[in-house]
Ligand binder design. Structure first.
Ligand code: TYM
Length: 376
């Protein structure tokens, strides 16, 4: 780990045990407090379980978004994906939440697929491969049910002319040393990756450019993407635009441990949306880190620890929206009435039910791509 830090979070590296309070301080984001939750609830009627449980825990300028909303100025939503392989369950966290926001506020949504970014960053991937992952990943986004009348999916290389023209003035205001410090790059980085962050800034102003007036933009994402938008927030006002606002979540942990981020580098640590039921069962049974005791007798006596148990965390973050049910599971596990095997069985069933329906929706989505994809 660089600089002897206890943990590292950048868009390109997550290492160590992430302390989210410290991370908020380092990045300079605001906590989502009770007052903000109540302000959101005023407009949405209820709160998504990811807000109630603190999975979405930090933000930049949410109050600006709500101030403008209350004045009658609609915002739009923007989020994205770097298409380097199939989607894993962690990616669903910000997208399911974004869908909720779109349903509640009935606002426009732009989804960026950064095939250029992944071609530049991933040594082994060709342009054709990242483009083809972009199409596959687009099917996953459509499968989540975003309203096609209000949703655009943008693959960067299909929109090169629009994107390059907006990115250029952004790139002119960002120095190499800022990019190196923000993304942990060293001198061996290729020059395309240095330029790339200006491309990720484009959808944050795309509606303003199109409509010829400033439109507020809200970006839901996990906290690893914050460095991109920190730079965008610094530069865009100097070009006459609003600063993009954000609402940020913590990570769905990897199977092997509750500390960091589920990422794709190790398939035994990840469940993909394309995994079949047997593979899901095997991965959870074999690899999901348990907060249980070593023997059944000891577990009955001492109970398990749901706070470090990955199966429980996955249920809490993604798969069990019902507060009463999650509380019962938590209590039963903590006092030893529920065993690790029983907890894992609940999770396996939840994931497989979700994935079965998702897989059929993503196949149907292939025929709907033209309703969503935008091209120059
Ligand atoms: P990417 O493809 O790495 O991640 C896509 C989205 O998933 C979030 N994420 C996670 N969320 C919860 N738990 C996890 N374990 C987990 N792993 C990843 C990421 O924060 C992200 O929101 N450069 C971007 C693509 C992009 C983008 C954006 C992302 C372009 N424009 C705007 C967010 C917002 C990327 O490679 O994301």
């Amino acid at each position: 780990m660089k600089n002897n830090n206890d943990f590292v979070v950048t868009p390109y590296e997550v290492q160590g045990k992430v302390d989210y309070n410290k991370l908020m301080e380092r990045f300079g984001t605001e906590p989502i407090d009770q007052a903000l939750l109540e302000r959101i609830r005023k407009h949405t009627g209820d709160l998504h379980f990811m807000l109630r449980r603190g999975t979405f825990f930090t933000h930049r300028d949410m109050n600006f978004i709500l101030d403008e909303w209350e004045k009658g100025n609609k915002y739009y939503l923007y989020t994205g994906r770097g298409p380097s392989e199939d989607i894993h369950l962690g990616h669903l966290v910000p997208w399911i939440f974004t869908k909720w926001l779109q349903d509640k506020f009935k606002v426009k949504f732009i989804f960026q697929l950064t095939d250029d970014e992944k071609f530049l960053i991933e040594e082994k991937l060709s342009k054709e491969e990242t483009y083809s992952f972009a199409i596959e990943n687009a099917c996953d986004v459509i499968a989540l049910g975003f309203d096609h009348k209000n949703t655009e999916i943008i693959i960067d290389t299909d929109n090169a002319q629009t994107f390059y023209n907006i990115a250029l003035p952004v790139a002119k205001k960002i120095t190499y040393s800022t990019v190196k410090a923000s993304f942990g790059f060293d001198n061996s980085i290729n020059i395309g990756s240095v330029f790339y962050t200006s491309i990720q800034a484009v959808p944050a102003v795309l509606e303003s450019v199109r409509q010829g007036k400033n439109i507020p933009c809200l970006i839901p994402h996990a906290i690893d993407q914050d460095p991109h938008f920190r730079l965008a927030r610094d530069v865009l006002p100097r070009l006459g635009y609003y600063k993009p606002a954000s609402i940020q979540c913590s990570f769905l942990p990897a199977l092997g441990g509750p500390e960091g981020k589920m990422s794709a580098s190790d398939p035994t640590q990840t469940v993909y949306v394309t995994d079949d039921p047997k593979t899901v069962e095997m991965k959870i049974k074999k690899h999901a880190f348990s907060g249980g005791q070593v023997s059944v007798a000891e577990h009955r006596k001492k109970g398990g620890d749901p706070d470090i148990d990955v199966s429980f965390q996955w249920l809490k973050i993604l798969f069990e929206p019902d507060d009463k049910k999650i509380k019962t599971i938590e209590e039963d596990y903590r006092n030893g009435d529920m065993l690790t095997g029983e907890l894992k069985a609940i999770l396996i069933e939840k994931i497989n039910t979700f994935l079965e329906s998702h897989r059929s929706k993503r196949e149907k989505a292939r025929d709907q791509l033209d309703n969503y994809l935008v091209k120059d």
